[in-house]
Write a protein that binds this ligand. Sequence first.
Ligand code: HEM
Length: 156
Amino acid sequence: MMTVTGKVLRHGLLVTALALPASGVTAQDETKPPSLYDRLGGLAPITVVVSDFIDVLVPDEVLNANPAIDAARKAVPAPYLKYRVTSMVCQVTGGPCEYTGRDMKTAHAHLNITAAEWDRMVELFKQVLAKHQVPEAESGELLEIVGSTRGDIVDE
Ligand code: HEM
Protein backbone atom coordinates (compact mmCIF):
# COMPACT_ATOMS: atom_id res chain seq x y z
CA MET A 1 0.00 0.00 0.00
CA MET A 2 2.68 2.45 1.03
CA THR A 3 4.82 1.46 -1.91
CA VAL A 4 2.03 2.03 -4.41
CA THR A 5 1.30 5.43 -2.88
CA GLY A 6 5.00 6.24 -2.98
CA LYS A 7 5.25 5.29 -6.64
CA VAL A 8 2.20 7.33 -7.57
CA LEU A 9 3.58 10.36 -5.77
CA ARG A 10 7.02 10.04 -7.35
CA HIS A 11 5.86 9.11 -10.85
CA GLY A 12 2.77 11.10 -11.68
CA LEU A 13 2.61 9.22 -14.99
CA LEU A 14 1.65 6.04 -13.23
CA VAL A 15 -1.69 7.58 -12.29
CA THR A 16 -2.45 8.02 -15.99
CA ALA A 17 -1.16 4.55 -16.80
CA LEU A 18 -3.45 2.94 -14.26
CA ALA A 19 -6.45 4.85 -15.62
CA LEU A 20 -5.87 3.75 -19.24
CA PRO A 21 -7.00 0.43 -20.77
CA ALA A 22 -4.17 -2.07 -21.14
CA SER A 23 -4.03 -1.99 -24.95
CA GLY A 24 -2.03 -0.11 -27.54
CA VAL A 25 0.51 2.49 -26.52
CA THR A 26 -0.34 3.70 -23.05
CA ALA A 27 1.36 6.08 -20.68
CA GLN A 28 2.77 2.97 -18.99
CA ASP A 29 5.05 2.49 -22.01
CA GLU A 30 6.54 5.94 -21.48
CA THR A 31 7.04 5.40 -17.77
CA LYS A 32 10.52 4.37 -16.77
CA PRO A 33 10.59 0.70 -15.79
CA PRO A 34 10.61 0.38 -12.00
CA SER A 35 14.05 0.08 -10.47
CA LEU A 36 15.15 -3.10 -8.74
CA TYR A 37 14.85 -1.09 -5.52
CA ASP A 38 11.16 -0.42 -6.23
CA ARG A 39 10.50 -4.00 -7.33
CA LEU A 40 11.97 -5.27 -4.07
CA GLY A 41 9.45 -3.06 -2.28
CA GLY A 42 11.84 -0.33 -1.12
CA LEU A 43 13.85 0.11 2.04
CA ALA A 44 11.69 -1.78 4.55
CA PRO A 45 11.84 -5.22 2.86
CA ILE A 46 15.51 -4.64 1.96
CA THR A 47 16.39 -4.02 5.63
CA VAL A 48 14.63 -7.26 6.62
CA VAL A 49 16.47 -9.39 4.06
CA VAL A 50 19.86 -7.80 4.82
CA SER A 51 19.31 -8.14 8.57
CA ASP A 52 18.49 -11.86 8.24
CA PHE A 53 21.45 -12.35 5.92
CA ILE A 54 23.91 -10.80 8.40
CA ASP A 55 22.28 -12.81 11.21
CA VAL A 56 23.08 -16.10 9.44
CA LEU A 57 26.47 -14.96 8.09
CA VAL A 58 28.01 -13.72 11.35
CA PRO A 59 27.67 -16.96 13.43
CA ASP A 60 28.30 -19.33 10.50
CA GLU A 61 30.79 -22.04 11.49
CA VAL A 62 32.09 -22.64 7.97
CA LEU A 63 33.03 -18.95 7.59
CA ASN A 64 34.33 -18.61 11.14
CA ALA A 65 36.75 -21.50 10.62
CA ASN A 66 38.75 -18.73 8.91
CA PRO A 67 40.44 -16.99 11.90
CA ALA A 68 40.52 -13.60 10.15
CA ILE A 69 36.75 -13.69 9.52
CA ASP A 70 36.15 -14.90 13.08
CA ALA A 71 38.24 -12.06 14.54
CA ALA A 72 36.51 -9.44 12.39
CA ARG A 73 32.98 -10.60 13.21
CA LYS A 74 33.85 -10.34 16.91
CA ALA A 75 35.29 -6.86 16.45
CA VAL A 76 32.70 -5.34 14.10
CA PRO A 77 29.13 -4.86 15.40
CA ALA A 78 26.49 -6.71 13.33
CA PRO A 79 24.16 -3.65 13.33
CA TYR A 80 26.98 -1.66 11.70
CA LEU A 81 27.33 -4.29 8.95
CA LYS A 82 23.55 -4.30 8.48
CA TYR A 83 23.56 -0.53 8.08
CA ARG A 84 26.45 -0.54 5.60
CA VAL A 85 25.17 -3.44 3.50
CA THR A 86 21.64 -2.00 3.47
CA SER A 87 22.80 1.40 2.27
CA MET A 88 24.94 -0.25 -0.41
CA VAL A 89 22.10 -2.49 -1.66
CA CYS A 90 19.72 0.49 -1.57
CA GLN A 91 22.10 2.60 -3.64
CA VAL A 92 23.09 0.03 -6.26
CA THR A 93 19.49 -1.09 -6.86
CA GLY A 94 18.46 2.49 -7.65
CA GLY A 95 17.20 3.63 -4.26
CA PRO A 96 17.65 7.00 -2.56
CA CYS A 97 20.65 6.03 -0.36
CA GLU A 98 24.30 6.91 -0.45
CA TYR A 99 26.87 4.27 0.45
CA THR A 100 29.75 5.98 2.23
CA GLY A 101 31.65 2.90 3.48
CA ARG A 102 34.91 1.48 2.21
CA ASP A 103 35.22 -0.10 -1.22
CA MET A 104 34.88 -3.90 -1.26
CA LYS A 105 38.60 -4.57 -1.87
CA THR A 106 39.68 -2.44 1.10
CA ALA A 107 36.92 -3.70 3.41
CA HIS A 108 37.75 -7.40 2.85
CA ALA A 109 41.49 -7.47 2.07
CA HIS A 110 42.49 -8.55 5.60
CA LEU A 111 39.93 -11.41 5.69
CA ASN A 112 41.71 -13.76 3.23
CA ILE A 113 38.35 -14.94 1.89
CA THR A 114 38.66 -18.17 -0.14
CA ALA A 115 36.57 -19.34 -3.11
CA ALA A 116 34.96 -21.97 -0.85
CA GLU A 117 34.01 -19.29 1.71
CA TRP A 118 32.57 -17.17 -1.09
CA ASP A 119 30.46 -20.15 -2.24
CA ARG A 120 29.24 -20.65 1.32
CA MET A 121 28.18 -16.99 1.52
CA VAL A 122 26.27 -17.29 -1.78
CA GLU A 123 24.54 -20.46 -0.51
CA LEU A 124 23.44 -18.65 2.67
CA PHE A 125 22.29 -15.62 0.66
CA LYS A 126 20.17 -17.85 -1.61
CA GLN A 127 18.58 -19.45 1.46
CA VAL A 128 17.64 -16.03 2.84
CA LEU A 129 16.20 -14.90 -0.53
CA ALA A 130 14.12 -18.10 -0.69
CA LYS A 131 12.94 -17.71 2.91
CA HIS A 132 11.59 -14.25 2.06
CA GLN A 133 10.15 -15.45 -1.25
CA VAL A 134 12.03 -12.83 -3.25
CA PRO A 135 10.88 -13.56 -6.84
CA GLU A 136 13.27 -15.34 -9.22
CA ALA A 137 13.97 -12.32 -11.42
CA GLU A 138 14.81 -10.00 -8.51
CA SER A 139 16.82 -12.73 -6.74
CA GLY A 140 18.81 -13.24 -9.93
CA GLU A 141 19.56 -9.54 -10.23
CA LEU A 142 20.67 -9.36 -6.59
CA LEU A 143 22.90 -12.42 -7.04
CA GLU A 144 24.42 -10.78 -10.11
CA ILE A 145 25.18 -7.61 -8.15
CA VAL A 146 26.78 -9.64 -5.35
CA GLY A 147 28.66 -11.71 -7.95
CA SER A 148 30.12 -8.57 -9.50
CA THR A 149 32.07 -7.93 -6.27
CA ARG A 150 33.69 -11.39 -6.17
CA GLY A 151 36.93 -10.32 -7.83
CA ASP A 152 37.45 -7.64 -5.17
CA ILE A 153 36.55 -9.86 -2.21
CA VAL A 154 37.99 -13.32 -2.88
CA ASP A 155 41.69 -13.69 -2.20
CA GLU A 156 43.04 -15.83 -5.06
C1 HEM B 1 32.34 -14.61 2.02
C2 HEM B 1 31.92 -13.39 1.80
C3 HEM B 1 31.99 -12.27 2.80
C4 HEM B 1 32.42 -12.26 4.09
C5 HEM B 1 32.94 -13.44 4.93
C6 HEM B 1 32.32 -10.89 4.58
C7 HEM B 1 32.66 -10.46 5.85
C8 HEM B 1 32.80 -9.14 6.22
C9 HEM B 1 33.38 -8.68 7.44
C10 HEM B 1 33.91 -9.59 8.57
C11 HEM B 1 33.37 -7.33 7.42
C12 HEM B 1 33.94 -6.37 8.49
C13 HEM B 1 35.39 -6.13 8.12
C14 HEM B 1 36.11 -5.22 9.11
O1 HEM B 1 35.70 -4.05 9.26
O2 HEM B 1 37.10 -5.66 9.69
C15 HEM B 1 32.74 -6.92 6.18
C16 HEM B 1 32.49 -5.63 5.78
C17 HEM B 1 31.65 -5.29 4.76
N1 HEM B 1 31.15 -6.14 3.80
FE1 HEM B 1 31.52 -8.11 3.68
N2 HEM B 1 31.81 -10.10 3.59
C18 HEM B 1 31.59 -10.90 2.49
C19 HEM B 1 31.05 -10.50 1.29
C20 HEM B 1 30.45 -9.28 1.08
C21 HEM B 1 29.65 -8.92 -0.07
C22 HEM B 1 29.35 -9.86 -1.24
C23 HEM B 1 29.24 -7.63 0.12
C24 HEM B 1 28.37 -6.74 -0.75
C25 HEM B 1 28.20 -6.93 -2.03
C26 HEM B 1 29.80 -7.18 1.37
C27 HEM B 1 29.62 -5.92 1.91
C28 HEM B 1 30.31 -5.43 3.00
C29 HEM B 1 30.25 -4.05 3.43
C30 HEM B 1 29.41 -2.94 2.81
C31 HEM B 1 31.10 -3.95 4.54
C32 HEM B 1 31.37 -2.69 5.38
C33 HEM B 1 32.52 -1.90 4.80
C34 HEM B 1 32.95 -0.76 5.72
O3 HEM B 1 33.04 -0.97 6.94
O4 HEM B 1 33.23 0.34 5.21
N3 HEM B 1 30.52 -8.19 1.92
N4 HEM B 1 32.42 -8.05 5.47
